[in-house]
Design a protein around this ligand. Structure first.
Ligand code: NAD
Length: 239
């Protein structure tokens, strides 16, 4: 390995890739925070919370249709590709992601191996009927379920709670893993931000990939200050 201080991750059988918006930045999807972050442009109170949806579902859907359009036009990048290959070689490994873009799955990762903490842009639910369906239309049409209620993006919006079942699956995966590779997350959104500590306190080797320092950086044994695709290619160099 070109950097002798990094561990050889081929030795580990159960890796959790803990991914955030920075992984998809190289695909052209803006991150939340930092330069180009979308919440500098849009107030979440008007577009991404339950109150906004109840007040003006059309406006919220206009915004989410734009996000669908933007994401649909992007492709998974080299970072997604390397993760997908590692998961194929190590069937007990998985992804725990804060991303809602579905790019891991579009890169060939089995949906069962992707734990989506904050939901998905590509699922909608009817809260009246308690039904969730996949939907990849751009734009979505119609915006209402057969029962007449508006579909709601199945996304954890600001002020929402995470689905306890999803959180539980993530906690179990992190408790069982022997290595955690955290990629492109600012580590400030809770409870997601505290999940990597479960793996660390169980003795997993821990690596943070982020061009910038984060509030959690000091917790990681290894820190790689590079973009996601560069760092992953360093950890898993092409054969
Ligand atoms: P964030 O926007 O708060 O932070 C992004 C992090 O990625 C930053 O620390 C930044 O330094 C780093 N980064 C930027 N470019 C990078 C690169 N090329 N390689 C590696 N790292 C890079 O994102 P977050 O921590 O995931 O959390 C915030 C919320 O953002 C989550 O709730 C998530 O649902 C949501 N989000 C998702 C998407 C998506 O699905 N692609 C996009 C934007 C926001």
């Amino acid at each position: 390995m070109s950097n002798p201080s990094l561990p050889d991750l081929n030795r580990f059988g159960q890796i959790v890739f803990f991914t955030g918006a920075g992984l998809s930045a190289e695909s052209g999807i803006p991150t939340y925070r930092g330069r180009g972050g979308i919440w500098r442009e849009y107030a979440y109170e008007d577009y991404a919370c339950q109150r906004a949806f109840e007040h003006n579902p059309e406006k919220v859907w206009d915004f989410h249709d734009k996000r669908r359009e933007r994401v649909a036009a992007c492709e998974p990048n080299e970072g997604h590709r390397i993760i997908s290959e590692v998961l194929r070689a190590k069937p007990n490994s998985c992804v725990v992601t804060q991303n809602i873009d579905g790019l891991h799955q579009r890169c060939g990762v089995d949906a069962a191996k992707v734990i989506e903490l904050h939901g998905s842009l590509w699922r909608v639910r009817c809260d009246r009927e308690g039904r969730i369906i996949d939907n990849d239309q751009v734009p979505i049409n119609p915006r209402t379920c057969a029962c007449g209620a508006y579909w709601r993006p199945d996304i954890v919006w600001f002020e929402d709670m995470l689905d306890p079942k999803v959180l539980d699956r993530a906690r179990q995966a992190l408790a069982a893993c022997d290595a955690i590779v955290s990629i492109g997350t600012s580590a400030v959104v809770y409870p997601a931000a505290e999940l990597p500590c479960i793996a660390m306190s169980n003795g997993a080797v821990s690596i943070e990939i982020n061009p910038e320092e984060t509030p959690a950086s000091h917790l990681y044994q290894f820190r790689i200050r590079k973009s996601a695709s560069e760092a992953l290619a360093m950890l898993w160099p092409p054969a």
